[in-house]
Structures are given as structure tokens and as C-alpha cells.
Design a protein around this ligand. Structure first.
Ligand SMILES: Cc1cc2nc3c(=O)[nH]c(=O)nc-3n(C[C@H](O)[C@H](O)[C@H](O)COP(=O)(O)OP(=O)(O)OC[C@H]3O[C@@H](n4cnc5c(N)ncnc54)[C@H](O)[C@@H]3O)c2cc1C
Length: 434
């Protein structure tokens, strides 16, 4: 099945059009094949290209490189998360293991942008976990205890201070964490495409249709050709399941987001001219909302079981209406029609929020399932799965593998029923903050 790109993502449309796009049109042999050219696949290709400058590395994507979730996310490079889904990490040791991975993720992206002098609107401004409900302070105080024990700089804020900083009266309580970065996800992923080593052949609009392995040789079928490879890395995140990779351990979730045009001077003054900020919800289904460096407002307030290959225009419009309401609730003084675009993207989830980082079989590797932390963790996992695929080890791999593995999921239709039910319940609990 083809992935249909809605072509309406503001981050992607901010970028210059790419030229020299090639798709796979013949049969080829390679040492390495990487499926999926988002942060994970691009980082794996970059690392392999550096390690083996004389070997042939093929990187393929079903759509244009970087135009999956990597180019359409909300741009929070996180050091901590409060909710990453269906199970909470209550226990401190597990939470520390998770944040150790986040920390490596931030460092690897930082190194990338320094090494290649990338401009991706990097802003180390921290982030807010906020709620309109005063009673949610209890959740934040518990979270604050965890952060204190692990040495994360943070503080609790109430309505007055928040309205000054965010330009909205909507939030009554928040926890601000100093760590974490806001960035332009499209610019970051575009830079990863631009700096691919010379021995990486990138084929786009080339969907892997099927694959098989015989005697350590892997054969991959595409619409207009076949690749025979010695080693393969699956970096398709929300599409791991559809390719039969760890299918009982991950499932796709579709998210939608909307972004306004830049606010005019008067509009910006009417909300108090706040500096760039990012708010994450306290409950998993609340809205992520962000003020960008260039005064645009981004909102993401849906997460659902949906066909990952396509969202129709009318389905997208329905979600966009909800997002306009979300913006209006927070900024009633702004005009109605400031939303410029809406788009959807697919992520991959696991039952216990752990990530996939694995040797699946001899010469077959996979990385994915980062929940809301794929910018840093995807970049980290891409580089490190490449190292693992060379049978080397690293201190980063030790940290990644110290975390527990994803747990088993029931097959469909039970899985879909379960996830849908849970999402409805979570949406109900977060209804005031959508
Ligand atoms: C709306 C939204 C908001 C988000 N917000 C944040 C955030 O603020 N911070 C954060 O850290 N993360 C966020 N995420 C998650 C983050 O974007 C992902 O975790 C990250 O992009 C995963 O990178 P990836 O390279 O593994 O996958 P992707 O970027 O999804 O790349 C996988 C690629 O595989 C390709 N592919 C799939 N099937 C095939 C096939 N059969 N053949 C060839 N290619 C194939 C796809 O076309 C795609 O380009 C968000 C995601 C969305 C959608």
C-alpha cells in the first residue's frame, strides 16, 4: 500500500524544494540497505557512511525523505516526559533509564548541529507541563519529587506567572523544566538529508513491497526493482508493523497538528509579546501547544487509531476544526481564521512505552517506537543501530539496552479495540485541555 503524503505540513512547506530526487528503477546489490529515511534511517545511513566509506549503502523511502513524522512533529527535543502513554513509569529506576536515553538523544542532536553547522531554530528554552485544572497540581508535585531526586532543574508556576510567559490565561498550573530544546523539525531532517555521505544512495518514492531472507542474503522487492543486500535496517517507525517487524510489540497511532500563520504585530501585542515557548499536556490526550520563534502557534490535540497510510482531506478538516477551537480557547482575542495548515503523521507505540532497538535475526536490525521523543532518541537509535549492525558495542548501546524491552500485544481486532477504548478514556479525562 502507498503512503499518501498530505503535502500540507507547514514545517515541510517552509523549506526550499528539493532537486535531484531519484527513485529505484533497476535491480541493485548492496552491502547495506536501510528502509525509511526519517531521523532514524538518515542517522543510520550517516553513521554507516562514516564507518564504511567504501561500501555501498542504499537508503530508501516510500515518500520523500524526511516527510514522514520526522518532518511533521512538534519540534520538542525532550529531556523529560510526564506522560508517554498507556503505562506510566512510576518507578524511579526505570524513569532514570528513560531520561538517560533522552540525555544521550539531546547530546547526539547537539553534536550533529554543531558538526554540520545546522540552523534549525535551536532554542534551549525548556518547556512547560501545564494544565487548566488547579487540581492537577497534585500530579505536578509528584512529578517534581521525581525530578528533584534525579537532579532536573524545574519549578512550579501558577496562573499569573504563566499568563505573562505564555500570553494566555488558560493555564492554572504548570511545571517548567529548564532542560529540553525547541527546534524546527523540518530544518533538522533536511540537514540530515543534505549531509548524507557520498556512498549513500538515496532512493525516494520507492516503497518496500516485500522482503525475504535466504542463507543470509536478503532480497527486497520494490515496484520497479529489487535490492539484494547483506544487511538490512528497518527504520520505518509507524510502519514497522505493516512490514511485519516486531508486529506483536508495536502499533501505529496517527497524530494531527495545525499551525497558524505568523501573528501580526497587533495580534502579537494583544497576547503580551511572549518569547518562544512550548507546552506539553499533563494528561496524555491534552493538547501540545507551542509559540514558534516566528510567532506562529502550533497545536496537536489528537492521537488515534487510523489508517496509517492515508488521511482523507475531509478527515483532516474535521480534526483541524477541533484545533481551531483549541487555539480559540487559549487565545480568544485572536481572529478566527489564522490557521494556515493542518497535517497528520504516524508514530509507533508499544504497550509499556519502551523502544525497539534490536537485532531481529542474523543481519536484520530494527529501531523505532519513541513515543514523543523521536527527535533525540530516533537520531541516537539510528546511529547506534548502525554500530550494533557492525557487531560493535558502545556505551550508548549499553544505556539503550539497560531499559526493559517492549511487552507483547494481543493481535487485532483485540488490540485495536483495546487501544481505541483506552484513547477514548484518556481523551475524556483530558477533555478540558484539548
Ligand atoms: C504530529 C506529531 C508530533 C510529534 N511531536 C514530537 C515532538 O515534539 N518531539 C519528538 O521528539 N517527537 C515527536 N513526534 C514523534 C517523532 O516525529 C517520531 O518519533 C520520529 O520522527 C521518528 O523518526 P523515524 O525516522 O523513526 O520515523 P519516520 O520519520 O516516520 O520515518 C519513517 C519513514 O519510513 C518510511 N516508510 C514506511 N514504510 C515504508 C516502506 N514500506 N518502504 C520504504 N519506506 C517506508 C516512511 O515514508 C517514513 O519517511 C511527533 C510525531 C508527530 C506525527
Amino acid at each position: 500500500m502507498n503512503i499518501v503524503n498530505d503535502s500540507t505540513c507547514s514545517w515541510i512547506n517552509d523549506l526550499p524544494l528539493r532537486t535531484n530526487i531519484k527513485s529505484l528503477q533497476s535491480n541493485e546489490d548492496s552491502e547495506w540497505l536501510i528502509i525509511g529515511a526519517g531521523y532514524t534511517g538518515l542517522s543510520a545511513a550517516r553513521k554507516l557512511g562514516q564507518l564504511y566509506p567504501n561500501q555501498k549503502i542504499i537508503l530508501v523511502d516510500a515518500q520523500l525523505a524526511g516527510e514522514g513524522a520526522s518532518g511533521r512533529n512538534s519540534g520538542y527535543l525532550v529531556d523529560t516526559t510526564l506522560n508517554d502513554g498507556f503505562t506510566s513509569n512510576k518507578d524511579l529506576d526505570n524513569y532514570k533509564k528513560k531520561t538517560d536515553i533522552y540525555n544521550l538523544g539531546i547530546n547526539v542532536v547537539k553534536k550533529f548541529i554543531n558538526d554540520y553547522q545546522v540552523d534549525c531554530d535551536w532554542n534551549e528554552c525548556g518547556k512547560y507541563f501545564a494544565s487548566s485544572k488547579k487540581e492537577d497540581e497534585k500530579i505536578l508535585r509528584n512529578f517534581s519529587d521525581t525530578l528533584k531526586k534525579l537532579g532536573f532543574t524545574h519549578n512550579l508556576l501558577s496562573n499569573n506567572e504563566l499568563s505573562k510567559r505564555l500570553g494566555t490565561n488558560f493555564y492554572n498550573v504548570a511545571l517548567y523544566t529548564k532542560g529540553g530544546v525547541l527546534l524546527h523539525p523540518g530544518k533538522l531532517v533536511r540537514a540530515m538529508i543534505d549531509v548524507l555521505p557520498k556512498n549513500v544512495c538515496l532512493y525516494e518514492n520507492s516503497s518496500l513491497l516485500s522482503w525475504s531472507e535466504t542463507k543470509d542474503i536478503i532480497s527486497c522487492k520494490f515496484k520497479n526493482g529489487r535490492v539484494i543486500t547483506k544487511k538490512i535496517i528497518f527504520a520505518t517507525n509507524g510502519f514497522l508493523k505493516s512490514l511485519g517487524i516486531k508486529s506483536n510489540y508495536n502499533f501505529p497511532i496517527t497524530l494531527t497538528a495545525s499551525m497558524t500563520r505568523p501573528l501580526t504585530d497587533d495580534e502579537f501585542k494583544s497576547i503580551g509579546q511572549p518569547k518562544e515557548w512550548g507546552v506539553l499536556p499533563i494528561r496524555p490526550m491534552g493538547a501540545t501547544i507551542r509559540m514558534t520563534k516566528d510567532r506562529r502557534i502550533l497545536i496537536r490535540n489528537t492521537a488515534e487509531v487510523h489508517n496509517p497510510f492515508k488521511m482523507s482531506e475531509s478527515d483532516l478538516n474535521k480534526r483541524s476544526i477541533n484545533q481551531k477551537i483549541g487555539i480559540k480557547k487559549r487565545f480568544p482575542q485572536l481572529p478566527e481564521n489564522i490557521v494556515k495548515s493542518s497535517w497528520s503523521g504516524v508514530v509507533s507505540r508499544t504497550r509499556n512505552s519502551s523502544q525497539i532497538f534490536e537485532k531481529i535475526d542474523n543481519n536484520i536490525f530494527a529501531a523505532g517506537c519513541y513515543n514523543g521523543s523521536g527527535i533525540g532518541v530516533g537520531t541516537l537509535f539510528g546511529e547506534q543501530i548502525a554500530i550494533k549492525a557492525t557487531h560493535e558495542n558502545s556505551k550508548e548501546i549499553k544505556t539503550i539496552e539497560a531499559r526493559r524491552k517492549p511487552t507483547w500485544l494481543p493481535p487485532n481486532p483485540f488490540l485495536n479495540f483495546g487501544v481505541k477504548g483506552r484513547l477514548i478514556y484518556e481523551r475524556f479525562k483530558a477533555r478540558s485541555d484539548i
